[in-house]
Each structure stands twice: as C-alpha cells, then as structure tokens.
Design a protein around this ligand. Structure first.
Ligand code: HEM
Length: 329
C-alpha cells in the first residue's frame, strides 16, 4: 500500500463522481433517525452517535480503510488524495471567534454544506467511507473522515499523525457552516491569510498545510482546474515545494474561461493562481523554500499543523486515548 509510485493519467479522473448523491443523503437521513444524547455542562445535545463509542477497534478501522485506498480505475490509482481533501474541507470551516465549524458534527453530510461549490466531488470520498461506517456503526462520521485522512497520508508515504476520537455527529443541517469559509484558489495571498488566520493558524502552519497538495489533482468537473501539482500525486513528499521553487510556471487559459499556471516543461502539471501569489509573498516564501530544501522539517511541521487542523472545535473530554498507528508496510 505504501510507496505506490505511479505516473498520473492525463485523462480526466473522477469517473465515479456525480452519482450517488441522493442515495447517500437518503442513507445519511436514515442514519440520523435514531439519535443519542450527550451532555455538556450547560446543555444536552442530540447526536447521531454515542458520545463515547465503546468497542470501536480503531486499529482495525485503520487497516480496513488502508485496504480501500488502491483502485486502478480511479484517478491516479488511489482514493487517498480525495480522502485527505474530505477531512480538510470538513475541518477547514472552523471559525475560532464563534467556535463554529470544524470536523465535529460532520455537517458536510447535509445539504446545504454538501452542495457548497468548494465541496464538489467529495461525495466520492463520503460514499467510499460508507462501507466502513456500515461495518463499524459506533464510529462517528467526523472521527471516520479524519481517521481516513490519517490513513491516506501515512500509507502514501507521509508523516505519522497522532489521532484521537471524540467527534460527535450532528443530527441535522442546523450546524452547517455558511458557504465561503474555504479558500478560493482564484484569489490573492491575503485571502489565504484571512481564511487560515480565522482558523487560528500562522504563516508557517499555512505553508506546511498547503504542502498537502503533494497529493492528488484538480478535476475540471469539480474545481474547474486541471491536473496534479507534480508527477507523483500518490506519494506524500516535499516534491510540491520543489516544483514551486525550481520550475518555470507560465499562465494557461482554461476552456471554462479561467486560468491556471502550468510548468513550462511539462504542461500537464499545474499550480493554482493563489499558490504563486503565496510563493511570491516574502513571509510565506521563506517557509516554502525551507520545505523545498528539507523534507524532514516539512513532515514534522505538517504533522503538527494537520493534527491541529483536524482537532479544531472538537469537544474532547480530555481522557481520550491518542493513537499512533504504525504504517502497514
Ligand atoms: C489556499 C489553500 C488551498 C486552496 C486554494 C486549495 C484548492 C484546491 C483545489 C482547487 C483543488 C482541486 C479540487 C478538484 O478539482 O478536485 C484542491 C485539491 C486538493 N487539496 Fe487543496 N487547497 C488549499 C489547501 C489545502 C490543504 C490545507 C490541504 C490539506 C492539508 C489540501 C489538500 C488537497 C488535496 C489532497 C487535493 C486533491 C484532491 C483529489 O485529488 O481529489 N488543500 N485544493
């Protein structure tokens, strides 16, 4: 499972996107029909999963997710990248001032959040994980989605990310966050700061986190952009930073009227407009260049920032076990 080295297909991936939304929402609605209650000091909140799920063997869940990652017919051969994007988009809605959003609640199961433009295509990842949830109904969706991203990062060669359970499922759409909390790739570096400062990250953490673009690709039918960031999109490395620092990026007009950067010497690989703006920002650049030179430092900083990201707004009680799952290979 580890170290799959593939090229990437030039054909449009995401063949499985776009279907199953209604079926999925139906299942989610059924899943929410039961309901458990958990108590905080001030309130009693109805949730779809028990507050302290007993008997979930998270190490076994890890292994079962790892088994699902590889699929030669999907994109570049792995579901890992889209699982990382699911957890990041579930977590990245957090607002530190109002303490709303984040992976707690798994509110992307519900319209309107499932329908936010930034979440296009993530139904693929949510549907894939339904198989795991059926086998382990005691795990909350927020825990499942974040754990799946840890599996993907680790099994595709990235750093070990300590993970703990504690997210509780919301039973309805009331906790969905408003549209617009996730970054817009067509904007400037100041927008990246606005979005990530709102979550409570600093410049160094922002740059470490965007290194997640080591994995995966853009899909014309999801974001409108097209292509991976470098030639090995199923291996978690610092190649993304090297590509930004070392290659010549030129503008390419897209058929949908937008544009992106492509590598002058390999126009199949791309960068988003905001990424070159960020790279050219003096404060951001020192971290981009650091991570291009030092992969170990990138791994260390990414692991810390990513753990923080997937724990934003989670009501941990403090006695949860933190798991450090060994990589399977
Ligand atoms: C300024 C911040 C960011 C912007 C503007 C941005 C934008 C995008 C866009 C436009 C896509 C393409 C979606 C598609 O067409 O399928 C994408 C994919 C992806 N993003 Fe980001 N992103 C940002 C930060 C992050 C962070 C912090 C992570 C994780 C730590 C991340 C992980 C990913 C992954 C893994 C994919 C590939 C998904 C796939 O292959 O299906 N991104 N991002």
């Amino acid at each position: 499972m580890n170290n799959i080295h593939r090229g990437y297909s030039t054909s449009n991936g995401g063949k499985k996107s776009g279907n199953g939304t209604l079926l999925f929402l139906g299942l989610a609605a059924l899943g929410g029909a039961g309901g458990y209650y958990y108590h905080t000091s001030t309130q009693s909140v109805k949730t779809a999963s028990p507050a302290s799920p007993k008997g979930v063997d998270y190490s076994q869940v890890y292994k079962d997710i790892a088994e699902l990652l590889e699929d030669d017919d999907y994109d570049d051969g792995s579901y890992g990248p889209v699982l990382v994007r699911l957890a990041w988009h579930a977590s990245g809605t957090y607002d530190k001032d109002t303490k709303t959003g984040g992976s707690n609640g798994a509110t992307m199961r519900f319209a309107p959040e499932a329908g936010h433009g930034a979440n296009n295509g993530l139904v693929v990842a949510r549907n894939l994980l339904e198989k795991i949830h059926e086998k382990y109904p005691g795990i909350s969706y927020g825990d499942l989605w974040t754990l799946a991203s840890v599996v993907a990062i680790q099994e595709l060669g990235g750093p070990t990310i300590p993970w703990r359970p504690g997210r509780q499922d919301a039973v309805g759409a009331h906790a969905c966050t408003p549209d617009g909390r996730l970054p817009d790739a067509t904007k400037k570096e100041s927008h990246a700061r606005d979005i990530f400062y709102r979550m409570g990250f600093n410049d160094q953490e922002i740059v470490a986190l965007i290194g997640g673009h080591a994995l995966g690709r853009c899909h014309p039918d999801r974001s409108g952009f097209d292509g991976p960031w470098q030639e090995a999109p199923t291996m978690f490395t610092n190649e993304y930073f090297k590509a930004l620092a070392e290659r010549k990026w030129i503008k390419k007009e897209l058929e949908n009227g937008g544009w992106q950067y492509v590598d002058k010497n390999n126009t199949d690989v791309m960068m988003l407009p905001i990424e070159l703006d960020m790279y050219n920002d003096k404060e951001f650049k020192k971290y981009f260049d650091l991570y291009a030179k030092d992969e170990a430092k990138f791994f260390e900083d990414f692991a810390k920032a990513y753990k923080k990201l997937i724990e934003l707004g989670v009501p941990f009680k403090g006695d949860e076990k933190t798991y450090v799952f060994p990589k399977l290979d």
